[in-house]
Each structure stands twice: as C-alpha cells, then as structure tokens.
Design a protein around this ligand. Structure first.
Ligand code: SAM
Ligand code: SF4
Length: 332
C-alpha cells in the first residue's frame, strides 16, 4: 500500500502551505511592526532546490495541492522559475499563491500557462488612503491594477480581507457589493494575534458572527452555500449576485475538524497547525544528508502527532501566551 499522511484523528493531509520567504515589501499593521518583522539570514532560508525536494517527497505521500506564500512570495528572486519547476511535478494537481499584489502583475500571463489555479490577493481596503495606512506603503493603485488584470485572466481570484476593528469594518459591505457583478470570491478573515508584537489590540472583537451580522444587516437575502470538504471558510452568496463571499474563522477556529493542511516556513520549520510553535526543522535534517525514504518516514511520524485543533496546539506551546510571531514568518 502507498504511504499517506494521516493523523491520529483520521484526517488525511493533502495540502501544503509553503512560505518561500520571510521578507516582505509591505508593512501591514496587523502582520508586523512598522520597522518590519525580524528576518533571518539568507542562508537560513530553504533554497528552491530544497523546497522542490520537500514538495516532491510530500507529493509522493498524497499532498496534491500547494499554496505558495510568504512574506511576499514575489520578493524572492527567481520565484517564477521555482513555480515553473514545481509545475513539472505530475503528482501536484494545483499550485496556488497568496500575494499582496504589488509585484505579480508582470507574471500573470506566465502563471496562466503553469499549474497555478488560484491567486489569493490581499486587499484590506478599497480606499487608497486607508489602504496606505494599513500597509504603511502607498501602493493601492498597483494592487488595484493587479486586481483588474487577475479578474480578466483565466486564474481563479480570491480576495483576502483581514477584518480589523475600526479600521476597515465600515467597508465590509462595500466588498460584498463587489460580488454583485464580478465572479469573484471575497474572504473575510478574523484577525489573529500574529503581528510580531503578540498583542491583539482591538476595540471590539470582530469574529465570524459579528462579520456575518454586519453583512446581514445590509443584505437580507444572504444564502449559505454548501461547505466544501476541508474548506477554511464558510461560504455565502447574496441571492442573484455573481460572486460569493466567505468568512474564515481563523481565530475562533471552528474549521479544525477536517483540516487537511501542513505548513512549512521559509526556514524549513514544519508546523502541523498555524497555532503550534513548529514541530521539526526539516532544513537541518535535509542538510545533514538524509535519504528520501528517511524524509518520508519523518513526515509520516510528524503528521501522526497533529493536534486535534488550534486550541490544543496553542495550549501545547512551551511559551504560553507568547503568540508573537508575524504571519510573514509563519506563512499565512
Ligand atoms: N504577503 C502575502 C499577502 O499578504 O497576501 C502573503 C503572506 S500573508 C502572511 C498571507 C495572509 O495572511 C494574507 O492574506 C494576510 O492578510 C494574512 N494575515 C497576515 N497577518 C494576519 C493576522 N494577524 N491575522 C489574520 N490574517 C493575517
Ligand atoms: Fe507583507 Fe502579507 Fe504581512 Fe502584509 S500581510 S506585511 S503583505 S506578509
């Protein structure tokens, strides 16, 4: 029988989130401090060859989908060549990318020819000055051009919006309005404390229920859509609208029961859960000269220990209450 990755709760892991860098060209306030998150020395980052090997081995264990993220993946030199390389892996069904949209525009046509299926574009405000305050950079026009170009491409487009109390909550329904004519998917993400500071300072807690309530107070005809297996979001649609919207309970964590995800950070730290501290450094293991068979066994053993949910993962952390990494180093 072929080996697969299954945890002790019977969940099969088929989806890898791979952070290709910890560097970023923006400084989003909910993700990192103004001076930026601490970055590691270049030699500590996985090389593309190492990432390719890790992905190949994982794909032989049933991983068929990879999300490339960061930091900002497009700030890593030769990132496009890495996607080309990954596209040759016949065991992968799809490659998806999460990006802030500042540098991707010139590569869209090339991406359409590769195994890339979906682009998740982070766009936390539709207002240029609010956008600049959130990202601490004046790049709204560039990101909007990317949005327009992606919308007209053959790639599937999802928009990521981190809901930040008092910052963009008044725009939630403007985003929903975009789905009237556009066949896009909007995803509202609950803000998490992964901001490189460790504190979640919010006037009000904008969780799943509050976000949905806000939308339903404007749109009375919101329909719940069936939830796809292992989906991160609960999906909805305003009746008659072309696009859909979802809410990701990233912090309230009601989607852990059929999680199929595994994370590897840009330094090769394997994370069974967004909320764990990282369970093993794959980079050091590889650099010690292990065989593919040893690497496979390691993945099987590590995944078996995946915690039941994000609350268990958080409580297992050695430094309890010290959830202070930036999402840019975890890989969102
Ligand atoms: N730089 C790319 C981007 O912004 O799309 C990819 C990396 S970013 C860490 C991946 C996703 O994590 C983005 O959608 C971002 O908005 C989200 N994210 C970052 N910090 C977060 C936080 N504290 N809470 C919730 N989502 C967060
Ligand atoms: Fe960079 Fe993405 Fe974090 Fe914003 S959310 S600072 S774009 S890594």
């Amino acid at each position: 029988m072929t080996d697969i990755l299954v945890d002790s709760f019977g969940r099969q892991i088929t989806y890898l989130r791979l952070a290709v860098t910890d560097r970023c060209n923006l400084r989003c306030t909910y993700c990192m401090p103004a001076e930026g998150a601490a970055i590691v020395e270049r030699k500590e980052l996985l090389t593309f060859k190492e990432m390719y090997r890790i992905t190949r081995v994982l794909s032989e264990l049933g991983i068929n989908k990879v999300r490339l993220t960061g930091g900002e993946p497009f700030v890593r030199k030769n990132f496009i060549d890495f996607i080309k390389m990954l596209s040759f892996n016949e065991l992968l069904h799809e490659i998806n990318i999460t990006t802030n949209g500042v540098l991707i525009i010139e590569y869209i046509e090339v991406l359409e020819q590769l195994k890339v299926k979906t682009i998740n574009l982070s766009i936390d405000s539709l207002d240029a000055s609010n956008f600049a305050e959130i990202t601490r950079r004046d790049v709204f026009d560039k990101v909007w051009d990317t949005y327009e170009k992606l919308k007209n491409s053959s790639l599937r487009l999802k928009l990521n919006i981190v809901v930040q109390s008092g910052v963009n909550t008044s725009e939630i329904n403007d985003f929903v309005a975009l789905t009237e004519r556009e066949n896009i998917e909007i995803r509202f993400i609950e803000e998490m404390p992964f901001n490189g500071v460790g504190k979640r300072i919010t006037a009000e807690v904008w969780d799943f229920n509050k976000i949905l309530h806000e939308i339903k107070s404007t749109y009375s005809n919101v329909e719940k859509l069936p939830i796809a297996k292992s989906s991160t979001s609960h999906m909805f649609q305003v009746k008659g609208y072309k696009g859909v919207f979802g809410i990701i309970p990233a912090y309230t964590r009601t989607i852990c029961h059929d999680c199929n995800r595994l994370r590897i950070t840009s330094t090769g730290l394997l994370k069974n859960c967004l909320f764990d501290e990282g369970v093993f450094n794959i980079r050091d293991y590889i650099r010690d000269g292990v065989s593919d068979a040893e690497l496979k066994q390691l993945f099987i053993d590590l995944v078996a220990k995946k915690p039941k949910n994000g609350f268990v993962a958080e409580s297992n952390r050695l430094k309890i209450n010290q959830v202070s990494e930036s999402m840019s180093s975890i890989g969102g």
